[in-house]
Design a protein around this ligand. Structure first.
Ligand SMILES: NC(=O)c1ccc[n+]([C@@H]2O[C@H](COP(=O)([O-])OP(=O)(O)OC[C@H]3O[C@@H](n4cnc5c(N)ncnc54)[C@H](O)[C@@H]3O)[C@@H](O)[C@H]2O)c1
Ligand SMILES: N[C@H](C(=O)O)[C@H](O)COP(=O)(O)O
Length: 347
């Protein structure tokens, strides 16, 4: 492995598009010498051959790549079962989890500068023996032993905090107050304590990771028209407004709750640095409409840098070499930037 602190890419669900996206970027020389993949070297070599990608797979720490040609350094984790593109096998759940555990271990030991995660199948992991698994975000929270994390997705321009024109574009930063849970359970998951914890992490990391001195956060209502004065739901009155008032009392610039259907319009977005949506599809549908394929997912609140793609395993495209690797490229470059920033001591 190079003397530079590596950035790890976990290659994700082996039947999904993750492995080939990593290989595509490697073949194009777009990964950077600091990037080390985590996954099964044999599977990666087979996938490269299947797609006609000329990438030499080099087991990290075991020899140097050939002098010329594209190569991919890989920290090896061995598949539990052969993998066919497009067909998840729950037998490989333990493999996927092992890649993530290795990434966390390397970061927490200071041997890696961050993790970029390629997509996984939550269903395959649950069916493979991890019943409570709901996503990287929650798994990383537990693996790192923190109480709360925040899922933030941002389109590319908005990732560059000081880009002067991002608000004039369709670029967005959207954080979620609740993540992977059935819609039926969302209202109960929105609590005063949870909202204040999420807002604290979001505000702190918009400053710490994105350099925004006094972040302005717009909060979505949960119900249509932010509850219509209590006639269309009481969560705004009972929970969201008290949480916003509490946060404002602490000096944070947290505004709302705004009706979510019109908050994501240019005039409103122009006045804030991030939107806090109450649930997954309230925020991510808008973000993916605005910038699918050019956005990244960042987990805030972890003691390590973690970014990810804005898409899933795309089993319909796996093994065909037609999926876009652009979001992965965005996630890698963001992780590199956040990792460099994390080395600067924080107050
Ligand atoms: N970061 C992650 O690990 C992550 C993120 C989202 C979804 N997922 C998982 O992925 C699986 C499938 O989820 P889904 O169907 O909701 O979303 P998906 O993103 O996999 O697919 C949705 C649509 O987008 C297309 N698409 C996805 N990625 C693309 C790419 N790079 N280039 C071109 N088109 C692309 C797919 O072909 C499909 O039509 C689920 O198991 C879900 O949990 C994982
Ligand atoms: N919510 C993400 C998305 O839709 O893009 C996705 O499911 C990934 O979540 P994790 O990073 O927690 O796996």
């Amino acid at each position: 492995m190079s003397a530079v602190t590596p950035l790890l890419i976990t290659t994700g669900e082996p039947a999904g598009i993750g492995p080939e996206l990593v290989l595509m970027l490697a073949a194009e020389g777009r990964l950077g010498a600091d990037v080390v993949a985590v996954g099964d070297p044999t599977m990666l070599a087979e996938r490269a051959a299947r797609l006609g990608l000329e990438v030499e797979i080099v087991v990290a720490g075991r020899g140097e790549p050939a002098a010329h040609g594209a190569h991919l350094a890989v920290m090896p984790v061995v598949l539990r079962a052969p993998s066919t593109p497009g067909v998840c096998d729950p037998a490989n759940a333990a493999y996927v989890i092992e890649t993530l555990a290795l990434g966390v271990r390397e970061c927490l030991a200071g041997r890696a500068g961050g993790i970029v995660t390629a997509p996984i199948s939550k269903a395959a992991i649950v069916e493979g023996g991890y019943p409570g698994f709901t996503g990287h975000t929650e798994w990383l929270r537990d693996a790192c032993g923190v109480d709360e994390v925040v899922m933030l997705l941002a389109t590319e321009c908005a990732l560059h905090a000081q880009a002067p024109d991002w608000r004039a574009s369709r670029d967005l930063r959207v954080a979620l107050a609740s993540t992977h849970l059935p819609l039926r359970e969302v209202a109960d998951a929105i609590t005063f304590e949870g909202l204040t914890r999420v807002a604290h992490i979001l505000a702190r990391d918009l400053t710490r990771q994105f350099g925004i001195a006094c972040p302005r956060i717009a909060v979505c209502g949960l119900n249509p028209h932010a509850g219509e004065g209590g006639h269309l739901g009481r969560e705004e009155i009972d929970t969201i407004i008290p949480a916003i008032e509490h946060l404002r009392g602490e000096g944070l610039d947290v505004r709302g709750p705004y009706p979510a259907d019109t908050l994501f319009t240019p005039r409103h977005l122009a006045e804030v640095d991030a939107v806090l949506a109450m649930y997954h599809d309230q925020g991510l549908s808008v973000l993916k409409y605005a910038g699918f394929g050019q956005a990244a997912n960042i987990t805030l609140g972890l003691p390590l840098v973690r970014t990810s793609v804005d898409h899933g395993t795309a089993l319909d495209l796996a093994g065909k070499g037609v999926a876009s690797a652009e979001s992965l490229a965005v996630a890698v470059s963001l992780a590199r930037r956040l990792s460099a920033r994390a080395k600067v001591p924080l107050s």
